[in-house]
Write a protein that binds this ligand. Structure first.
Ligand code: G3H
Length: 195
């Protein structure tokens, strides 16, 4: 069996401010996570001849991967966070106050709701297809450092969760989800690296 490690980026400055989207750097706690993650990955994958680290093209995932050394890194635009379009950079409270109809439509159907000039969860699921094909093809371990909405979709694929649950799956910060792809199926372990 070979592991696929899924993790969100370390806490970002926008996470602290409660803003969605953006391209901010990490908070102090996010920076601590990046070091703990590197330590974990180096220990977990030290016996593996090859492994690779995949990130999105956004700073918060690239910075989270920085302390990990000795493995090739690949940036995928398809791993970027759901595009919140006109709501990019806003807090949920602001959306609720300034664009109540948008807020309500998303609440009614989070899977299909598409942000104006942005994406829906269904759009994200679709753009992940090449990533999933490549993940399945790889024979070596892969560490995927990405974002909440994207990881919900990736995790759902491996854990065989129904579409409608995807937007609500819990993918906490500072936690590694290890998926083991074996002949008998998929096994999962979680490592919470910080409180
Ligand atoms: O910035 C986007 C969030 O990571 C996605 O969360 O789909 O629950 O609003 P949400």
């Amino acid at each position: 069996p070979r592991p696929i490690l899924l993790t969100r980026h370390g806490e970002s400055q926008d996470n602290v401010r409660g803003r969605i989207g953006g391209d901010s750097v990490l908070s102090d706690s996010g920076n601590i996570y990046s070091k703990k993650l590197a330590h974990f990955v180096e220990k977990r994958l030290k016996s593996e001849r090859t492994a690779s680290i995949w990130t999105s093209t956004l700073q918060r995932t690239i910075i989270t991967a920085t302390p990990i050394v000795g493995f090739p890194k690949v940036q995928w635009r398809a791993l970027d966070e759901i595009n919140a379009g006109v709501c990019d950079g806003m807090a949920y409270e602001e959306i609720k106050r300034n664009m109540p109809e948008e807020y309500q439509s998303r609440k009614n159907d989070k899977l299909r709701y598409r942000y104006p000039r942005g994406e829906s969860y269904l759009d994200v699921i679709q753009r992940l297809e090449p990533v999933i094909i490549e993940l399945e093809r790889q024979r070596a371990p892969v560490v995927v450092i990405s974002h909440q909405a994207v990881l919900r979709a990736l995790y759902a694929y491996f854990a065989d969760k129904p579409l409608k649950e995807i937007p609500h799956i819990e993918v906490p910060l500072h936690t590694i989800i290890e998926i083991q792809m074996g002949v008998t199926g998929v096994q999962e372990k979680r490592y919470k690296l910080m409180d």
